[in-house]
Design a protein around this ligand. Structure first.
Ligand SMILES: *Cc1c(COP(=O)(O)O)cnc(C)c1O
Length: 429
């Protein structure tokens, strides 16, 4: 099937056995497998000593004071807004270029996500547009207000693909507008920013926000299958998140059932069931040990792509920056559609036909029915994200990528660009 598809793709078959490159392959070794087995044999499966260790080690990895492990980044974000007391009817700035989770947790609280357009190069939140959206709120000319006053209380930026936003600008903006910052750091472990070469590195989670939330979903930079972490320098916030992660009980299970704990507990809040299991944390501890090594491997993939695709004029490559440690969770390319005969979806189809898995990050939130129908957003509110959406493709990037796989991705992208470039001498000849 694959080979028929290959020959149907104009100018792209080279007669060799097709290489299949998945979009992502998790990097799980014997250490993780053995640790999971030993956890299963230990008799303690749910939140316990492995989670405690994972929290401690993660906090020290990002230089955070407190870390609470949860069963997803979505749970971490939800409990973060819960812990800081986001109230019904308040508004929160979030990028339209993000995953569902960043916005839905605001809706859980019956608060209002105010979407913000993105930077055309990084895809990160555009603070100039955030300013415009705040002004529009004051003038009551955003679609869903219906004459209401909305108080903007906070913002949840995302470091898209692990390319950090400029934290000085972000914090200055938040201060000027009296907003709290909760970071959606789902892509940003490990990732860092510095103002210049004389500054120290600020790792995402190192006091970069009131709460920073990370994801250990199967295809994130480190994984526990499903999992997340909330880090903060506030003990009060960490305690609240921990309390709400387990039914609002005043003790967790390990505290209750281990030799040192008490069997008794008190329900003090209607909480949730968001705790991480020791089985998952067993994977996490070993992923954590290899996190920087895996990041370096992804960086090597990124550098190979950047140098090999540098002269392909039909695409734009992601930016690399001396003042950022990029986690390289994603490698998004942008098609220059005016120089191609095919659109983004067709380009993806050609990649797929040649065995290259890819993805798109993301269909912006304002292009989903929920945000169009309930909140009245449309494409004109976000010209940059609406355009970017038509041009972006995330290429495979993961730490266990082989050289053959990298070469296949590069060759395939080059061949598709050559076969479908517009108005060129080579096509005319
Ligand atoms: C993956 C992701 C999440 C959600 O993470 P989960 O651990 O699956 O809940 C949130 N935000 C962004 C930007 C993501 O990419």
């Amino acid at each position: 099937m694959q080979s028929t598809l290959l020959t149907e793709t104009r100018g792209i078959s080279n007669g060799k056995i097709p290489v299949q490159v998945p979009f992502f392959r998790p990097h799980v070794g014997d250490e993780e497998i053995n640790e999971v087995v030993s956890t299963l044999r230990s008799g303690w499966l749910t939140t316990g000593p492995k989670v405690n260790a994972f929290e401690r080690e993660f906090a020290s990895a990002v230089n955070a004071r407190h870390a609470v492990a949860l069963n997803s980044c979505t749970a971490a974000l939800h409990l973060a807004v819960e812990a800081i007391g986001l109230r019904e009817g308040e508004a929160v700035l979030i990028p339209t270029m993000t995953f569902a989770a960043t916005a839905e947790i605001i809706l859980y609280k019956k608060a209002v996500p105010v979407l913000v357009d993105c930077d055309p190069v990084t895809g990160n939140m555009d603070l100039a547009d955030a300013e415009r959206k705040i002004e529009a709120l004051k003038r009551r000319c955003l679609p869903y207000l219906r004459g209401r006053d909305l108080n903007v209380v906070g913002m949840i930026p995302v470091h898209v693909g692990g390319h950090m936003m400029n934290l000085d600008e972000l914090k200055a903006f938040a201060r000027a507008n009296n907003l709290w910052i909760i970071e959606d750091g789902a892509h940003a472990f490990p990732a860092a920013w510095r103002a210049n070469s004389a500054d120290r590195w600020h790792f995402c989670g190192d006091d970069t926000a009131l709460v920073t939330c990370f994801s250990f979903y199967a295809n994130k930079t480190i994984t526990t299958g499903e999992g997340g972490m909330a880090v903060t320098s506030s003990k009060a916030i960490a305690d609240k998140i921990r309390l709400m992660s387990l039914h609002g009980l005043s003790h967790d299970a390990w505290g209750r059932f281990s030799g040192t704990g008490n069997w008794d507990y008190q329900i003090v809040q209607p909480g949730y069931k968001y705790n991480l299991t020791d089985i998952a944390a067993a994977i996490g501890c070993h992923q954590l040990t290899r996190a920087e090594e895996m990041r370096k491997q992804r960086e090597a993939v990124a550098e190979f792509y950047l140098s090999s695709l540098n002269d392909v004029s039909e695409i734009a490559l992601p930016v690399n920056d001396d003042d950022r440690i990029n986690s390289w969770h994603l490698f998004p390319i942008r098609l220059k559609l005016h120089s191609l005969e095919i659109n983004r979806n067709e380009f993806i189809e050609k990649l797929k036909n040649s065995g290259v898995g890819c993805s798109v990050h993301w269909r912006p939130l304002h292009m989903h029915p929920l945000y169009q129908e309930r909140l009245g957003w449309n494409e004109n509110h976000f010209p940059t994200a609406s355009q970017l959406w038509k041009e972006i493709i995330s290429l495979p990037i993961f730490s266990s990528m082989t050289f053959e796989e990298m070469v296949h991705v590069v060759e395939t992208v080059k061949q598709i660009c050559a076969a479908y470039q517009k108005n060129t001498v080579s096509r005319a000849a």
